[in-house]
Design a protein. Structure first.
Length: 465
């Protein structure tokens, strides 16, 4: 591989090959291609991206040229490379796959394309941000070129393995069973806020009747307002945790619940304190039933190591006080606030080992081009971090909120099942975020249950290659 891209390409090679090829050795040269060779055969890929040795002000010039070229079935038919999807866009290079005296030469830079997707390079060079300082999915290349709903990094990985297997039939991508679904809940509103005042109640009832069109929900909220001091959380419409865990357990799923442990931005960070006795009871119930607990980094932590450390410690102390001794190693950012240049390094420095914030708030899909967990890239150090990203594929708010995609319930269900199928087809772990406070009406609960219950198809690695 090219010496000046050593760290970036070694990271990508780990994603592509892992430990699957015994005796795999990496060597460096000064050429602009990647060469895989063994037993007198060679497989050559163009290596056009990234060029991180250039001044940073020139990095934006490396962005893929639009419109993207595509592989066609005709171009690769003679090499028996099946196309995993109906179209396979090329981020860097061209579509030709040509024979050489000793093997094949691929004009597409598939390794560079994987780096572009996993590292979120476009978020580094683009100034596009929404009102919450987030890079929106609507600004992404994947959205513009219509591949956000396809795990392109995983597809490139399978294409590389298909060519490797063509030259060396004894080498096959490892077979693996479909990964389990990862269900998670951001605990933003564990208790119904409308009990705070009659005015808050009236506003919420109006939403129940006019927006959610649920007189039953409005009636339940009235009962909760009138009798919460007597019956506690029994009629609280937001306190759906027992139902949530029952459904997960019925499908053999352990959910992860992320709790806010700081108020870096006031009420936007929720109305509860992590030391609340009701929260302590909830923490015990979650742990007792075998589900997981993580931190929901508050609104202003995404660039602040010290805040992340303080909130992590506060959550650990609250867990100990609740009788649940646990070292909190997993995080998801509130509002999915994220700075690709800073947040991964901040989380790693704060002691976290895994993050699950990796989705766009405004639309569902594959922000990183993969549904597989992977080590994150540090744009501060230009090397991999000891921090794993478990990409978020679907958040219910992305699909249903009038601020974002605003799909019908039928369209939302179809989207969830389609993305789940594509994730598991390529060996990923379908990550679904559903807030406890968004299980208020039958349609929401129905989609959630269907996402857990739907049957999975056979992974591509077992059925196609």
């Amino acid at each position: 591989m090219p010496q000046r891209k050593e760290e970036a390409l070694k990271w990508v090679c780990d994603f592509v090959f892992g430990q699957a090829i015994p005796g795999l050795q990496l060597s460096l040269h000064d050429q602009d291609h990647i060469e895989i060779s063994a037993a007198g055969k060679t497989l050559i890929f163009a290596s056009l991206f990234p060029q991180l040795d250039l001044p940073r002000e020139e990095w934006s010039q490396q962005s893929p040229a639009e419109p993207l070229q595509e592989f066609s079935a005709e171009a690769v038919e003679s090499f028996t490379l099946p196309l995993p999807i109906e179209r396979m866009p090329i981020l860097f290079g061209g579509p030709e796959v040509a024979p050489t005296a000793t093997g094949l030469k691929v004009d597409a830079d598939l390794f560079g394309g994987i780096f572009f997707l996993l590292s979120r390079f476009e978020e580094i060079v683009s100034a596009e941000r929404d009102t919450h300082d987030r890079f929106p999915g609507s600004a992404s290349l994947a959205y513009r070129e219509k591949f956000l709903s396809h795990p392109l990094a995983d597809i490139y990985r399978h294409a590389i393995w298909a060519l490797v297997s063509l030259l060396w039939p004894g080498l096959k991508m490892p077979k693996y069973p479909a990964q389990p679904i990862h269900v998670s809940c951001d605990v933003d509103e564990p208790f119904d806020r409308s009990v705070r005042s009659p005015a808050a109640l009236l506003r919420t009832l109006a939403g129940d009747l006019l927006k959610r069109r649920s007189p039953a929900l409005a009636a339940k909220r009235l009962v909760n307002f009138a009798f919460s001091s007597v019956f506690g959380l029994r009629f609280d419409p937001c306190y759906t945790f027992d139902w949530y865990m029952n459904i997960c357990e019925a499908h053999g799923v352990r959910a992860t619940f992320y709790f806010i442990a700081g108020k870096s931005a006031g009420l936007i960070d929720g109305t509860y304190e992590i030391e609340d006795p009701r929260i302590a009871n909830l923490l015990r119930a979650i742990a007792r039933r075998g589900h997981r607990i993580g931190m929901h980094g508050s609104y202003n932590t995404y660039k602040d190591i010290d805040r992340l450390k303080r909130e992590r410690l506060r959550l650990v102390v609250a867990l100990e006080a609740a009788g649940v001794p646990l070292d909190v190693l997993e995080n998801r950012q509130h509002y999915l606030r994220w700075d690709a240049a800073l947040t991964p390094d901040c989380l790693s420095a704060a002691g976290f080992k895994m993050d699950t914030s990796g989705g766009f708030a405004d639309m569902a899909g594959f922000r990183y081009g993969t549904g597989r967990p992977f080590r994150m890239w540090s744009w501060q150090r230009l090397e991999p971090l000891d921090l794993t990203q478990k990409p978020l594929i679907v958040m219910e708010g992305s699909l249903l909120s009038p601020l974002y995609q605003q799909l019908s319930f039928e369209e939302a269900l179809a989207t969830v099942l389609s993305l789940k199928q594509k994730t598991t087809q390529y060996g990923g772990e379908f990550s679904l975020l559903w807030h406890n406070s968004e299980l208020l009406i039958y349609q929401q609960k129905s989609i959630f249950q269907a996402a857990l219950a739907s049957q999975l198809r056979t992974p591509v690695s077992q059925s196609r290659y």
